[in-house]
Design a binder for this molecule. Structure first.
Ligand code: ADP
Length: 366
């Protein structure tokens, strides 16, 4: 059986409300058009009655045409006696009625247009919010799955190694190797938990970043070394060019997180190896960090979305790398908290990717 859509009730309610709103608008249009026509008809009926009364009056009082015309002018100003001797409505009165109907119609069209636009905007907004909500919910589920997997894998392997260490008498080199692997697993766990905590604090909009003057060059070098130690570099040509003495206002730990996230991604999403370029320089009063790889690349439509929370490219089956879709979200949030911006570029799938981060520079006065 197909599982029930988690937002079924909201979607049904949204469709019902939209139908109701459209029905209400349609009724309003029909009512207004009918009302306009009715007012016209009423005025014409009044004139018909006035003509009958006038004719009756003229016959009863045996009025000559000139006296009748005078009487009409005071009694029924909308009527006059035409050349053929018939009582009719003046052209002025007909024009006035047309003017009133026209004004009414214009008012009705502009009001109708305004309400339609208002309603369309409301419907579009609700639809957009609902879609976004559904999307976040779906990605959240994927995130939970990925995170629990990320946390479980190192724990399982740690448990296994601990068992081995406890129950077997291993020669020192093998012991050392196991301990190194265990250390890497602990680091992975710490990294993952760190990332979750960072996300939590970055999501708190009230928190003001504690910015300090930072030697961005030094912090970048530390982060690069950290990643270098964690990845198997065979098959890769890691080129690092850092302009010395680049200074900016940052939170150094978080700047390191930006660099490690971008560089780890460059490794993770380059299954075939290749050149990875890390460059730090200055550009138009900004410190600029560029991380370029020759990996799987990105489609144009994904270049913005990858910065969204929990967003990962492709379906769960096609993803061979581990991840939670938080890294780039954190990168953007951090960079923005430093007053900077970041963007991704790629010539397409299989063509590698480039990430560029810019934060305002501090020029030290001499
Ligand atoms: P994670 O790596 O945990 O999935 P990120 O937020 O770091 O999360 O990245 C989001 C998505 O962006 C990744 O799942 C991946 O599909 C894509 N991506 C990130 N970096 C690269 C890169 N260098 N090359 C190609 N795709 C990338």
């Amino acid at each position: 059986m197909k599982p029930r859509h988690p937002y079924r009730r909201q979607i049904v309610l949204f469709v019902l409300l939209s139908v109701l709103a459209i029905a209400q608008l349609a009724w309003w249009i029909v009512f207004q058009v009918g009302e306009g026509a009715r007012t016209g008809r009423q005025q014409r009926a009044i004139w018909d009655q006035q003509i009958n009364i006038a004719r009756h009056w003229a016959t009863q009082h045996a009025l000559d045409p000139a006296a009748f015309q005078d009487w009409l002018r005071t009694a029924f100003p909308d009527l006059y006696l035409n050349d053929a001797g018939r009582v009719t409505v003046t052209a002025e009165a007909v024009a006035r009625l047309d003017r009133i109907s026209g004004r009414r119609m214009r008012m009705f069209v502009s009001e109708g247009l305004f309400f339609t636009l208002l309603m369309a905007a409301g419907v579009a907004y609700v639809f957009w919010t609902l879609r976004r909500e559904i999307d976040v919910e779906r990605r959240h589920a994927v995130f939970l799955l990925a995170t629990s997997h990320e946390l479980k894998t190192p724990i399982t392997s740690l448990r296994l190694y601990l068992d081995t260490l406890q129950n077997r008498d291993l020669p020192p080199p093998q012991r050392a190797e196991l301990l190194t692997t265990m250390q890497r697993d602990v680091e992975r766990l710490t990294g993952q938990i760190d990332r979750l905590l960072q996300t939590q604090s970055l999501l708190d909009r009230r928190r003001k970043p504690a910015l300090e003057i930072t030697d961005v060059t030094e912090e970048t070098a530390v982060a690069v070394e950290y990643v270098r130690g964690r990845f198997d570099l065979s098959g890769f040509d890691l080129r690092v060019r850092l302009q010395p003495g680049v200074k900016a206002l940052t939170e150094p730990q978080r700047w390191q997180l930006v660099v490690t996230n971008l560089l780890e991604n460059a490794f993770k999403y380059s299954p075939g190896g290749g050149t990875i370029d890390v460059m730090l320089d200055t550009h138009r009063e900004h410190a600029r960090l560029t991380v370029t790889d020759q990996g799987i690349g990105l489609e144009r439509s994904q270049l913005e979305r990858i910065f969204e929370q929990f967003y990962r490219v492709g379906s769960e089956d096609t993803r061979r790398t581990r991840g939670t879709g938080l890294g780039l979200f954190l990168v953007r949030r951090i960079v923005e908290s430093f007053g900077g911006r970041c963007r991704a570029a790629s010539r397409g799938l299989g063509q590698g990717a480039a990430f560029e981060v810019e934060i305002p520079l501090i020029r030290e006065s001499v």
